[in-house]
Structures are given as C-alpha cells and as structure tokens.
Ligand binder design. Structure first.
Ligand code: PGA
Length: 252
C-alpha cells in the first residue's frame, strides 16, 4: 500500500557506541515532530539491528536491514538470513543497491531470489534501481530501469508485488552531492508507475510506494517529496546526522 517513507541507509558507518547515540537522538527528536503520516525507517549495519529494534519498540520508527542472503539457514559463512532478521522484528530490507550490484556483483537473478526470500518471511524489500551516468547521457535510462524491474520484480504475482517498495536511485547522484532535479525525479517515478501499470494494472501502479535516493538532503527534500509520484526518500549521507535526517523526515 502506498505510503510516505523516509528511510536512512547508514551503509558501513558508525561504531556501536556512535550508533547508540544517533539512534537515541533520532528517537528523542521523533517524539517532538509531526511526521504527517510518514514512516521513518532506520537501516543501520546488521550488528546494530537488535539495538535499533529495541529502541524502535518504544519509538516512532521502524528498522530495515541493508542486506540479506536468500536462504533460511545453511553453510553460507558470513551471511544473514531473512529468518534471523524477522526474529529481530526487522520490517524492511534494502535490495539491489547500486553499491551491492557494483562491488559485490549482485545480478538481477540473485536479487530476484532475495526479494522472494524476504517476502516469504513478510519482510518488505526496498528494491533499488538506477542508471549510471553514461546510460543517462546515452538516453538509455528509461530502458535500464524497466529492465531492472522486469528482471527482478515482474515475475511476482500481483499480491506479492504490491508489498514491494521501490527506490529510484540514479547512480550518478549517490554520494556525489549532485541530486536529480525534481523534474528528473518526477519524470522517472512517473515512468516507473507506467511500467508497473503495463505489467500489472493502474491500481497497482497507483498504490506502489516509490522513493527517491541520491544526495537527498535537508535542503532539497521538500521539493523532491512535493512531486506527485515521489513518495519519500532513501537517504544515505544525510541520514547520519539526527538534525538533518529529521529535517528530511518532516519535509512532506
Ligand atoms: P546518498 O546515498 O544520500 O549519500 O547519496 C543514497 C543511497 O545510497 O541510498
């Protein structure tokens, strides 16, 4: 179901004690603000998930993981299963982030199995898609996004697809300080809805949550979130400071 979401992707940042401070600061600040129905999601490194879900239990945010291995258990040294995440009350899991596609060679096929294993355990995938700069410059960005959705999500039956949150994250905007303009974000989000309508139906397209990610910050969040097809943001760098993250979370 379509909702307003601001999710903080901490990536590989913060020590445990720093994470405790940041989570406490965010939890306290969230008590004081009106989120206007938006949901705040914190996605810290896996080691801090239990601490985050403990705080979340008495606060106004939910917790997401940054990664999962698509198997319930087994000989997969170093990996974390959806079953383990579920028992720690994890609500969301980021899938298909461009850093995982690039540095860990995650293919569309592998992402498809991750999405399925999360849905099996009722964890909501935040599925990231995005084009690199040469693809945008060659005017291939629409077909790239369509292909990423087709290859990892469009095999799902409609009831399963409706549970997935999509994050459009142009790779050239991630961590670069170069944000997509509000027009570029709106254009792609509207395109994504069109592709979903063509594969499924217009009602499903209209009820899908589509977040924007890529150098979204306290200054540009309001104009991005004001776009009709932008339902919130997946925030990297700017989610590591409580003040700025709260500013973004209250930008609807
Ligand atoms: P950024 O990262 O906000 O630092 O650009 C966004 C993301 O990678 O999810």
């Amino acid at each position: 179901m379509r909702k307003k979401i601001v999710a903080g992707n901490w990536k590989m940042n913060k020590t445990f004690s720093e994470a405790e401070i940041l989570i406490t600061e965010i939890a306290e600040a969230l008590d004081e603000v009106d989120l206007k129905g938006a949901e705040v999601v914190l996605c810290p490194p896996a080691l801090y998930i239990e601490m985050a879900t403990d705080v979340a239990f008495e606060s106004n945010f939910t917790v997401g993981a940054q990664n999962v291995y698509p198997s319930d258990s087994g000989a997969f040294t170093g990996e974390i299963s959806p079953l383990m995440l579920k028992e720690l009350n994890v609500t969301y899991c980021i899938i298909g982030h461009s850093e995982r596609r690039k540095y860990f060679n995650e293919t569309s096929e592998f992402l498809r199995s991750k999405v399925e294993s999360l849905l099996k355990h009722n964890i909501i995938p935040i599925f990231c898609c995005g084009e690199v700069l040469p693809e945008r410059e060659a005017n291939q960005h629409f077909e790239v996004i369509k292909r990423q959705l087709e290859e990892s999500l469009f095999h799902l039956p409609v009831e399963a697809f409706m549970k997935v949150v999509i994050a459009y994250e142009p790779v050239w905007a991630i961590g670069t300080g170069v944000t997509a303009t509000k027009e570029q974000a709106q254009e792609m989000h509207s395109f994504i809805r069109g592709v979903i309508a063509a594969r499924y139906d217009p009602a499903t397209a209209g009820s899908t949550t589509i977040l924007y990610g890529g150098s979204c910050n306290g200054k540009n969040a309001r104009e991005l979130f004001a776009q009709p097809d932008v339902d919130g943001g997946l925030i990297g760098g700017a989610s590591l400071k409580a003040d700025e993250f709260l500013q973004i979370a209250t930008s609807f």
